[in-house]
Design a protein around this ligand. Sequence first.
Ligand code: UDP
Ligand code: MG
Length: 320
Amino acid sequence: MDDFMKNILYVVIPCYNEEDVFPTITERLKIKMQDLIKRDKISTASKVVFVNDGSKDKTWDMIEQLTQKDTLFGGICLSRNKGHQNALLAGLMEVIEHADMVITMDADLQDDINAMDEMIERFLAGIDIVYGVRRKRDSDSFFKRVTAEGYYKFMKFMYSDLIFNHADYRLMSRRALEGLSEFKEVNLFLRGIIPMIGYPSDFVYYDRSKRFAGESKYPFGKMLIFAMEGITSLSVKPLRLITFLGIFIFLVSIGILIYSIIRHFIGETIVGWTTLMVSIWAIGGLILFSIGIVGEYVGKIYLESKGRPRYIIEKSSNID
Ligand code: UDP
Ligand code: MG
């Protein structure tokens, strides 16, 4: 291998209606990439690739214009909006054969791009997957912080492999990406799947700042769906919990039976209309909830069995 082709870095960035941040992120990344190239950390063939996830604003026009005048940048345009996770996957799978390492990050500059340096150092030291982990969440609203951290803890309970406070800012080597390409599931929750790949991995800590411009593309409803998706696409623990819940309620009902028989022999008549109503509602609710969870999994099986494409690429620019 000659020097030109050594350590090619591709940075993959999914973009959905990001015209407000676009000029800033491209400018900052250009400086960062030039610096890394100058210090001989990465190859001059390295690139930044934007994945347009069906934006309704000028994002793709901006990407296309930029890629036409600057070979450092490339663009991939999906046929429609497929969500952050699928956009990321599309980007990763498209660049797999061009890169030795790939870093993924969000377009909104919330992830500190200076953490890239350390990620690359780890890669050069032989690490395959480097996870970017948020040190604290000062920049998020109280609500987002509490819900997100609570969610991570719950996920850890449901599925132990999840990395606390790690989103999708990470570096992956080519062989780790090839490992990822073997996972064929349609219901995709990348940050849960990537630890399953294995290989040496490490962490880099950084401070997450506020979204640079524009609004979050993850309002509460979308976040809730994403959270549910994360749990049910990774583990079947909720199904098992239902079984335990059923056993527990059965035991409780035996207790109540014994209690009422004793009351009967003591000679006291049962007055508990209220308790009766309460238990009917409680059990009815639990049954519906349990059926709902089972339904979630059945729905997943339905979608997986169809094997629909996870994304479709409409066009690309400056990707060989
Ligand atoms: N994004 C995307 N498709 C979507 C929603 C978001 O590609 O349907 C991108 C978005 O452009 C950004 C990243 O995913 O680069 C994270 O989104 P955002 O910052 O809005 O999420 P938050 O940080 O608020 O959770
Ligand atoms: Mg963000």
